[in-house]
Design a protein around this ligand. Structure first.
Ligand SMILES: C[S@@+](CC[C@H](N)C(=O)[O-])C[C@H]1O[C@@H](n2cnc3c(N)ncnc32)[C@H](O)[C@@H]1O
Length: 199
C-alpha cells in the first residue's frame, strides 16, 4: 500500500518536473479549475501561500496578458518575475487586512493553498489549518468582486462543517473537493466557493 502511494506521488512530481511547473501541487489547482471553471482570461487573481509558485504560474497562464496575479507568502518564489505577477511578503496570520485592501485591487478569484507547518498532532494541525483558512476567507470577502470565486485548502476536522456553513450565505454555491493529485496520506480538502454575493 505504502509503495503504491509513493508511486502515485512520484508520478505527479515527475510530471511537474517534465512540464516545468514549480511544484506538483499545480495539478490540484488544474483539476479544481477544470471542474469549477474558476479562472478566466483577463481575471485578477490573488494567490495566498504562493511559494514556490506553481499555482501563480498556472493562474498567470490562464489570465493571459490582460490579467494579473498577486501572490502572498512568507517566502518569495525564487527567480520568478513574470510581468503580470506581483509578490507581496506577508504573514497571513498577522497582516492588517486594511493594509492588504489598500494595496490590492478587487479580485475575480482568491486562491488559498496556505498550509501550516505540520506537527503530526491531528487536532493541532487541523486547528492551525482552520485559522489560516478563516483568514483567507476574510481576505476573500474583503477583496472579491461580485460573482467572484474562492478556493481554499483546509484540513479535515470537526470545524470544517462550521467553516463551510459560515461561508454559505456569502456564495451561490460551496463544494468540498479532494483532487486526485492530493497525496494519499494527506487530510487536506479544498473548499470551493463560487458566485460571491456582495452585500
Ligand atoms: C503548500 S505551500 C503552497 C504551494 C503553492 N500553492 C504552489 O503550488 O507553489 C503552502 C505555503 O503556505 C505558506 N504559508 C504558511 N503559513 C503562512 C502564513 N502565515 N503567511 C503566509 N504564508 C504562509 C508557506 O510558506 C508555503 O509556501
Amino acid at each position: 500500500m505504502q509503495m503504491k502511494s509513493n508511486r502515485w506521488d512520484d508520478h505527479y512530481t515527475e510530471k511537474a518536473r517534465k512540464e516545468k511547473w514549480r511544484a506538483r501541487s499545480v495539478y490540484k489547482l488544474q483539476e479544481i479549475d477544470s471542474k469549477f471553471k474558476l479562472i478566466r482570461r483577463n481575471d485578477k487573481v490573488l494567490d495566498l501561500g504562493c511559494f514556490p509558485g506553481s499555482w501563480s504560474q498556472y493562474a498567470i497562464w490562464k489570465v493571459g496578458k490582460g490579467g494579473d496575479v498577486v501572490g502572498i507568502d512568507l517566502q518569495k518564489p525564487k527567480a520568478f518575475n513574470p510581468p503580470n505577477f506581483t509578490y507581496m511578503a506577508a504573514d497571513i496570520e498577522t497582516v492588517e487586512l486594511e493594509q492588504l485592501a489598500a494595496r490590492i485591487e478587487p479580485r475575480n478569484v482568491v486562491l488559498s493553498d496556505l498550509a501550516p507547518p505540520t506537527t503530526g498532532i491531528r487536532d493541532t494541525d487541523a486547528s492551525r489549518s482552520l485559522f489560516l483558512a478563516e483568514r483567507a476567507a476574510e481576505i476573500a470577502r474583503m477583496l472579491l468582486k461580485s460573482k467572484g470565486h474562492f478556493a481554499c485548502k483546509i484540513f479535515e476536522g470537526e470545524s470544517l462543517k462550521s467553516f463551510k456553513s459560515d461561508l454559505t450565505p456569502a456564495f451561490k454555491q460551496i463544494r468540498l473537493f479532494r483532487p486526485k493529485a492530493t497525496r494519499k496520506r494527506s487530510r487536506e480538502v479544498y473548499l470551493v466557493a463560487t458566485g460571491f454575493i456582495m452585500n
